[in-house]
Design a protein around this ligand. Sequence first.
Ligand SMILES: Cc1ncc(COP(=O)(O)O)c(C=O)c1O
Length: 507
Amino acid sequence: LSVSSKPTGAKTPVTDLDPDDWDEFGREAHRALDIMLEHLRGLRDQSVWQHAPAEVKAQFDVPLPQQGRDFAALVDQFKQSILPYGAGNTHPMFMGWVQGAGTPVGMVADMLAAGFNANCGGRNHIAIDVERQITLWLTEIFGFPREASGIFVTGTSMANLIAVLVASRDALGESVRVFGVASAEQKLVGYASQEAHGCVEKAFDLAGFGTESLRRIPPNAKGGMDIEALKAAIARDRAKGLMPAIVVGTAGSVNTGAFDDLEVLADLCAKEDLWFHIDGAFGALCALSPELKPLIKGMERADSIAFDFHKWLQVPYDAGFILVRDAEAHQRTFMHPGAYLSRAPRGLAAGDIWPCDLGPDLSRGFRALKSWFTFQAFGAERLGATITETCQIARHLASRIEAAPDFELAAPVALNIVCFSAKPTREDEDVGLLNRAIVMDLHERGLAAPSITTLAGKPVIRAAILNHRTQMGDMEVFLAAARDSMARQRGANWSEIDADAGEDDVD
Ligand SMILES: Cc1ncc(COP(=O)(O)O)c(C=O)c1O
């Protein structure tokens, strides 16, 4: 019996979704790839961002197509109505929020992954080994034991949630999986800096502890968690009979790129017997840069680390990761018996631990492939050099702002994030409003895409340099454009400017 023996009788063209004409489809597929490569190659000639006009948006508010359309026409529609209206994070002048740019290598890898169509929830196939390979490389990068476990997830928000679940199950015992957090004898509490990302608070909410169970500790002058305030909070909670269980350290805060003192946090967690988790969404990858590595000293002692491949490692979205030192604690949190998922000693269902035992997802895509291609194509040294360079560019921008008569820094530049503000020309000028208007004007003119955040109650302009395509010389262009926008806005009718000063608009 051969697997290649053809069944008798062909499928009808209606139910077979493969191309009728593979050659013709191949030509269109190559054209689609060429469109994308041309787009990436010519990024500098394009607007960073443009608002999609009503007639384009209207194309995405149509009834469900009952009949199929020509593939070539769909490629054309993508080129005309989707490609020009992206967020712009591939563009060298994009510096908003905390976003990676992707690479052509990652793009092709993702196409291969889509064709391969692996379901990485488990089973005995090579994609699982590729994902395990990435975990092993991460143990090398972060100084974790080889036995540590990890999985790809959507992003650091999900990785932080998984960490809170593992840490809390470890503290409260497995019965909490059966009877819920309300059954715990003691109320569990955790700690993170006020500068920590909002998704850490969300993780406490989603895990059932409530946001109030996460104590937000004020930062010190450098933006890191105030350790004395943390110690006092732990002591207060213990005195009240609560159960301090988790400290979330931040390696690279979203607002300013500030670091908690991870070494001191590791000591404190060891002394107090607390789970030490690190949100290193982008900052954890300082591990790849010899110059920046001292900033993450202490990270090798963490119980778990959450971070993203899709930010500073330039892997296309999405690719977050959670690494857990204690593989058994990780499994105990998510293992679930299911006859349909039972393991076999041989064949496709072989393997003791499947990725579905390490997180909430059963069906999962092959995120590991684009990350594997990225490490292999560029090597860790070159990826680290890109990270170092973005920080040099950020320092260059900061020095230009310090020397400028009309702008001023709004926070120290610890890493790759520069927060700055227009200087007021009159005592009563609302520069917060002006900063917001400058950013909106830059976006609307397609010149640059910084974002806005609020520091000390004032909206400021925030440039996060993560993009491997951004160059030193772009900073002069950026400041000139911001200055021009400032002049335009000072001459504008202020009542037309959106005065809705939102809270931290960070990613
Ligand atoms: C420090 C920090 N933590 C968490 C996140 C959330 O990561 P994600 O968007 O991948 O869920 C971010 C996003 O910018 C971040 O900067």
